[in-house]
Design a protein around this ligand. Sequence first.
Ligand code: MGD
Ligand code: MGD
Ligand code: SF4
Ligand code: MO
Length: 756
Amino acid sequence: MSDDLDGVAGYMERAKSQALENVEHVAEGVAAETLPEGKLFEIAQSIGDKRLEELNVADTTCGYCAVGCRFDLYSDGEEILAARPTDEEDAPVNGISTCVKGKFGYDFINSDDRLTTPLVRDANGEFREATWDEALSRVVEGLGSIKDEHGGEALSMIASSKATNEDNYLMGKFARQVLETNSIDNCNRLCHSSTVAGLAQTYGYGAASISTEDLELADCILLTGSNTTEAHPVLATRIKQNVRDGADLVVFDPREVQIAEYATQYSRVKPGYDAVWINGITRYIIENDLYDEEFVANRTTGFEDVREAVQEFTPERVEEVTGVPHEEIVSAAETIAEADSCVFGWTLGLTEHSHGTENVIAMGNLAAITGNLGKPGAGVSPFRGQNNVQGGGGDMGPLPDNFPGYQDIADDEIRAKFEDAWDCEISPEYGYYTTQMFLAADDDDVRGMYIVGENAAVSEPGVNHAEEVLENLDFLVVQDLFVNETAQYADVVLPACSFVEKTGTFTNTDRTVQMVKQVMEPKGDSRPDWKILQDLANRMGRDWNYDSTAEIMEEVNSLTPLYGGVTHERVEAEGGLQWPCWDEDHPGTERLYEEEFNTDDGKANLQGIGYSEPAETPDDEYPFTLTTGRVLYQYHTGTMTHREEGIMQYMPSDFIEIHPDTAANYGIEGGDMVTVESRRGEIVVPAQVTDRVGPENVFVPIHFAESAVNQLTDEEHLDPAAATPEFKVSAVNISPYEGESEPIRTPDFEASTGDD
Ligand SMILES: Nc1nc2c(c(=O)[nH]1)N[C@H]1C(S)=C(S)[C@@H](COP(=O)(O)OP(=O)(O)OC[C@H]3O[C@@H](n4cnc5c(=O)[nH]c(N)nc54)[C@H](O)[C@@H]3O)O[C@H]1N2
Ligand SMILES: Nc1nc2c(c(=O)[nH]1)N[C@H]1C(S)=C(S)[C@@H](COP(=O)(O)OP(=O)(O)OC[C@H]3O[C@@H](n4cnc5c(=O)[nH]c(N)nc54)[C@H](O)[C@@H]3O)O[C@H]1N2
Ligand code: SF4
Ligand SMILES: [Mo]
């Protein structure tokens, strides 16, 4: 490495640490999504000073969240040096903005504990390094013998929504063709699967109907269960811009999250009763003739069913159940009804419930009766989670019930098409959803698992149970960037490479398929997921010959009508393509349902939703409702962000948000260690005393394995349609911690969540 480069690298380090010092300022609402632009220009300048031809540069798509920001990544082949704005036409969602993760979150790539060779467990139970040949032979033997003895159904696979569309298409194919199981699923099950189920039932597609641009065109935005500034920072910026320009923003959330500060109305709801207040708004709109009669008459069925079902949800009853003052139900209803256009945005606060699908259907009813679909500035927008959960977690069909493009595996004609293309027999029986795999393993119905890029030992509900299952499997193979908590139970660990080390596509939250481009060589002996799968498939008797991910996409095009025209060539040339894109000449679809819905009769099929409550409600023993979620500077189970020194200095540990009145009752002060206990487990975390939560609720983030909050959540009560767990509601008790506490670094409470 030349001195010159050291200079640049040194500059980057300093820029990074200064930037991270600024993080608090950034988080406090000035612009949660960007670092000061001046900083960016300075970095750009210093890169310019370096002889550019010595650097690799690629315009690529962020590998953290599903906003789908695009930027140019610069690398010297050893590390990522900078992320800079790319041509704006190639960055339809973010333009020149990115958040702190997209801009600086790359230390994980070269972290000392990055997996660079395969690992196998030796006779005394320890991991040792192995060649690819040995490791893959062990996988063939491990999975193969279970298949021979118990049939392919005894195997299951978790696919990775971090990986590309092409990787995920092959994971689905591998499960069905090679392992001969339909039990393949991914993180969407823990996330938005109830959105997918609810929207698919109502409108036909389980996806956002809008383009991101609609967030700026809308007259009104109803946001619920979305901590937008922290989880989807760049979307939050666009929403805030629209609000500054005069749009109404109505926020319903149990926590007064930062986006609520920008709202024209914020209503605090009791967690777990969303269908109640949504139905209340719908009822008020119907009863006061504020609905869109023409749209209802021409474009929907089921209106009478909805009218009947919502009758019981008077504003007074809604107040009684959800705690939202009845006047606020009325004002929200009037704001929505009076708006020329409204976007209904939500995330996990609506979906991670034992009745998440009902919540989504109730929201779908509201959007339809107000005629807010298929026109500019109007529609439904579930902000998706992982960078590629829309594409890799759904569209590509690594699902127990669907082939790519949501083609039902129980449909004989469709199954025959895939059997023919993949040269195999496929059972018409749906496989297990992720959450069900862990329950089925208790009865030995699942004996072996292949987990790609998913840290189930931390992210599943009820992880004490999940860990027991992982431990007791006959065979577990994990394919990841790190020996994460899940890999600690594996028989074989295969080193995969990250999005900066491979080429393919991701599909973001508004259905835009975008290019991901390699800017560094795979670290050590790590390999792109698709190459590992190809090698394994061939060792297990198949003949896969893909030379590139473009070729894999061609196969997707031929089997998946929604992606019929989505070739790499077009995605590259057109700077992204939105599905459905039926064929080479189709321009892609900016907004769904302009003419008709994707249902048998072309109409939105509305269904009345009645009263339901969470699976577990507070009682004398467990008097608080725990809700769980995210913070801006951390990502999920921390495999990537915990390896960022700056972030860890700033946000080093877990915490629990407790209301000041509750804290006072229990004699708890900010920073005190608190025991949090549910029927399933117990964790000890430091307190953050804040009125962001209500007095009956507490909040713990999901990012810290050492105090994994999923020890407290419930793996058994799942949404009946989508099998989503109830991550957003658990009954817990809290008490000041009395034992000897390990010295634990606590976060900077004042700044840690950025929304004080
Ligand atoms: N920084 C960061 N960004 C991320 C991620 C990350 O780990 N870190 N993960 C990505 C992924 S995969 C996802 S899925 C998204 C998730 O994005 P979000 O869903 O916005 O993230 P959560 O923190 O889970 O927040 C859910 C919100 O729901 C509220 N809530 C809790 N219970 C209820 C309820 O019963 N009803 C209602 N209406 N609201 C409730 C919470 O107060 C919170 O504001 O974020 C993505 N972006
Ligand atoms: N209590 C509670 N629990 C939750 C949630 C909640 O709100 N509350 N949210 C749920 C949600 S929405 C989600 S999405 C899940 C997230 O849960 P997970 O998906 O388990 O979380 P990650 O930490 O993102 O794990 C991704 C893994 O992929 C690896 N990886 C990254 N890139 C690649 C790649 O290209 N290839 C391969 N092979 N591996 C890669 C990373 O190292 C990491 O180990 O958590 C769920 N769990
Ligand atoms: S908002 Fe999401 S996609 Fe954009 S830079 Fe941040 S993490 Fe990446
Ligand atoms: Mo997610």
